[in-house]
Design a protein around this ligand. Structure first.
Ligand SMILES: Nc1ncnc2c1ncn2[C@@H]1O[C@H](COP(=O)(O)OS(=O)(=O)O)[C@@H](OP(=O)(O)O)[C@H]1O
Ligand SMILES: [Mg+2]
Ligand SMILES: [Mg+2]
Ligand SMILES: [Mg+2]
Length: 359
């Protein structure tokens, strides 16, 4: 097969994420978010279901042979027709005003019943062979519900390697040069200076562009900040204490000489922020030994940060390995940092986590 530059995959992924964010933005502003609790007690909303339906429909239209690993399933909607119809009303009303873009995505979905089957097309087991898309229709659902940061995430893996990654962050500033405000993870808005699409293709760098409802805006190159002294770093971490050990992170920061307070925000908006140099480090330190990270929570962000000149590994300095099914079975924790300081950060992470295991 001829080598691909993935330009079509990138365009479709950008348009699909952009369309899905039209839906999530309308739910973000609505009081009725149709929240359910899943079996692991985490929330899912009508926004998550609707965004997943729109993205999968776009992928199936363009790449019918590809497999899809997506976070949500339609079971709850099959059992509750009222909820199904609420999601369907959202999905059928989400139409890109730019006709060419809308038709590039295969137009509208056919029916509520078909929408459920489309949502369930994201049930691939993943793996090390072939073309597999990973979708997180709303990453940071808790942030989405709280009025904080969230991201619509899509990545293409080929033989277990991430080739294309797109993150739609409706509540992050458009401008790459706007410094991270300390309260960026709370009271977020999607007013006119907000809404950014981050993207990367392997070997082609990382880009950002303003989100639009029309044609894709022009992209511009983004880069990690050229940090030479790790003590100057700003680091980003999760809002939920259960997702990353904030005590360990504080210890690591102290040992690195970092005095700036960490910036807490939900979702892969953390990867996007450091990739554009607004913030430097992303630490996600294992809290529960039994929690295995999901591939859709990291695939797009991992490529975007690496293509922006960063390094992303787990806490033991191994690259994130997306070839073991729906989870990152072989990795514990995530450490994303500019190349210049990643080694130093890992050294301190090992010291802090290692001293704990000896207690
Ligand atoms: N226990 C535990 N440990 C680690 N990670 C977990 C855990 N439970 C859930 N999740 C996943 O965290 C995803 C959101 O990550 P964030 O970094 O955005 O966390 S936070 O919302 O800021 O707390 C979140 O993604 P979404 O479900 O898409 O929101 C979950 O997949
Ligand atoms: Mg979830
Ligand atoms: Mg997620
Ligand atoms: Mg999600």
């Amino acid at each position: 097969m001829a080598t691909s530059n993935y330009s079509r995959e990138l365009d479709i992924a950008l348009l699909a994420v952009q369309r899905a964010t039209l839906l999530t933005k309308s739910v973000f502003h609505s009081h009725a978010k149709g929240t359910l609790n899943k079996s692991d007690a985490s929330p899912v909303t009508i926004g998550d279901f609707g965004a997943q339906a729109l993205i999968i429909s776009a992928l199936q239209h363009n790449f019918p042979e590809d497999e899809i690993v997506a976070e949500e399933e339609a079971k709850d909607l099959r059992e509750n027709t009222q909820l199904r119809d609420t999601v369907w009303n959202l999905v059928k009303d989400t139409i890109l005003p730019h006709e060419q873009s809308q038709s590039a995505l295969g137009g509208s979905l056919p029916s509520a019943e078909r929408m459920l089957d489309i949502i369930d097309k994201g049930d691939s087991k993943g793996g090390a062979k072939g073309r597999i898309w990973a979708i997180d229709p709303i990453d940071g659902t808790k942030g989405f519900l709280r009025g904080g940061q969230y991201a619509v995430c899509l990545a293409l893996m080929v033989d277990g390697d991430v080739k294309v990654g797109v993150l739609g962050c409706p509540n992050l500033p458009v401008s790459d040069s706007e410094p991270l405000s300390e309260n960026i993870g709370a009271d977020a808005t999607d007013d006119e200076r907000k809404g950014v699409l981050f993207s990367a293709v392997q070997g082609q760098g990382a880009h950002s562009r303003p989100m639009s409802t029309g044609k894709l805006a022009e992209g511009q190159s983004i880069h990690m900040s050229p940090l030479s002294n790790v003590s100057d770093a700003t680091f980003c971490e999760s809002v939920e204490a259960a997702h990353s050990s904030q005590g360990d992170a504080a210890n690591i920061a102290k040992k690195l000489g970092i005095t700036k307070p960490s910036v807490r925000m939900d979702s892969q908006a953390k990867y996007g922020s450091i990739a554009r140099g607004a913030g430097d480090l992303y630490l996600r330190l294992p809290v529960r030994a039994d929690y295995v990270e999901k591939i859709w929570d990291h695939a797009a962000g991992d490529l975007i940060v690496r293509e922006a000149g960063g390094e992303v590994t787990d806490a033991e300095s191994n690259r994130l390995d997306f070839s073991h099914g729906r989870t990152l079975l072989r990795n514990k924790g995530v450490i994303a940092a500019p190349k210049s300081v990643h080694g130093k950060v890992i050294e301190v992470v090992k010291e802090v986590l290692g001293s704990k295991s000896k207690v």
